[in-house]
Design a binder for this molecule. Structure first.
Ligand SMILES: C[S@@+](CC[C@H](N)C(=O)[O-])C[C@H]1O[C@@H](n2cnc3c(N)ncnc32)[C@H](O)[C@@H]1O
Length: 378
């Protein structure tokens, strides 16, 4: 058999043995061996080493970056089920079906390991004060209580007996880890049998693609009529460009992206946290948006100026003070031994509160200018 001997030769001349490959290299090979297509590379995409995906060559609009056979996907439950419930669905399948679990081992290994996922499920409770956002901290506590309660069987509508379901005990740390993964790495697609229903699904490699805002995103994901998953370019892309798709329009608000995905962005046109608009919060969309602060907008008023200014004034630290914590400050701070924060979670939380203040400041400035202009017109 000719092909087998070619494979043997390749294996023999390959510089590393299969077992030594890093998890991502293994993942790409595994997808290609399973009728998939890979036309991107995985690596660091920011100076601080965020992992993401990049174009390996110039790409044309509609060109396929990843194709994944249906059988490589990991279907979970309906989209409106909690991540805890979806995590149990996943763990049940893993524990009850060891052969499948082993086949999928290459995928599990490509995922971030315990301790490196920072989302609402894993935010350390002792650090929540650093957010300077009691309402976000409260939402986080409610989530973390729920996870704990599901695990100890206190939420019988989700599961009566975790041990009975999984056939073994799992630690709270493990449960939080899988819940966080299911929450921040799974996708939502219409159900194949009932398009009215939305279901969650985990997609190897496709879940290594980072979020891009509208205007930056250059990939889209869809499922074809055979049920296979495809990520394709939505415009021409140059070699080396990061490939991104939009997770959710809400990610342009840092409260949303921090809570659900553990990142924040310093946008040129910063958006207020949902709760800083006159109505709305993390879970309830506001009836207002930044457009209402433009000239002639419904929020260009003296009362709104007072309201936003009061929110900004009530923070326990200023933007400049936060900035000093992140950057290490002046020669004076250095002399006093004040070092920049190094802990990832602490930096993220201080970045969040500084960017929240920045969005308030920028909105207040715009509002004040538009208010002055409208008075001058009168
Ligand atoms: C679906 S994964 C994407 C792949 C991930 N970067 C990795 O290496 O495993 C989602 C996670 O990636 C990170 N992420 C995604 N988009 C990002 C962005 N635009 N900026 C910063 N981090 C981002 C966040 O940690 C998020 O929870």
């Amino acid at each position: 058999d000719n092909s087998a001997s070619t494979e043997e030769q390749e294996a023999a001349s390959s510089p590393v043995k299969n077992a030594d490959w890093d998890p991502v290299t293994k993942l790409l090979a595994w997808i290609q061996q399973n009728e998939g297509q890979v036309d991107l590379e995985v690596g660091a995409v920011t100076e601080w080493g965020l992992r993401g995906t990049k174009a390996m060559r110039d790409m044309k609009k509609y060109q396929v970056a990843v194709k994944l056979k249906k059988y490589m996907a990991v279907p979970l439950g309906e989209w409106n089920k909690s991540s805890e419930e979806n995590a149990l669905t996943l763990l049940n399948k893993r524990f009850r079906n060891p052969e499948w679990d082993q086949v999928m081992g290459t995928y599990w290994e490509s995922l971030p390991q315990r301790g490196s996922i920072i989302t609402k499920e894993t935010f350390p409770p002792t650090k929540l004060g650093l957010l300077q956002d009691p309402s976000m901290a409260a939402f986080v506590r409610v989530h973390q209580d729920f996870t704990r309660n599901v695990l100890r069987g206190a939420k019988p509508h989700v599961v009566k007996d975790v041990r009975g379901l999984l056939g073994r005990d799992i630690s709270l740390e493990d449960f939080k880890y899988w819940t966080a993964l299911v929450a921040s790495y799974a996708f939502t697609f219409p159900d194949e049998d009932d398009p009215e229903k939305q279901v969650r699904v985990m997609l190897p490699l496709m879940d290594l693609i980072n979020h891009g805002n509208a205007g930056e995103a250059n990939l889209k994901l869809f499922r074809d009529d055979k049920g296979d998953y495809i990520a394709y370019a939505t415009r021409d892309v140059s070699k080396g460009e990061e490939l991104r798709h939009s997770y959710n329009g809400g990610c342009e608000r840092n409260d949303h992206s921090l809570f659900h995905y553990g990142f924040v962005q310093d946008l040129a046109a910063p958006k207020l946290a949902a709760q800083d608009l006159p109505d709305g919060n993390l879970y309830d969309e506001s009836s207002h948006s930044e457009a209402d602060y433009e000239a002639g907008g419904s929020l260009v008023s003296e009362e709104e100026l007072q309201r936003l200014s009061a929110i900004l004034a009530a923070f326990p630290s200023t933007e400049a003070e936060d900035d000093r914590l992140l950057r290490g400050g002046s020669w004076f701070d250095k002399l006093l031994g004040r070092k920049p924060l190094t802990d990832d979670v602490e930096r993220l939380f201080v970045q969040y509160r500084a960017l929240r203040k920045k969005a308030l400041r920028v909105t207040i400035d715009k509002l004040r200018a538009n208010l002055a202009a409208s008075k001058a017109e009168l």
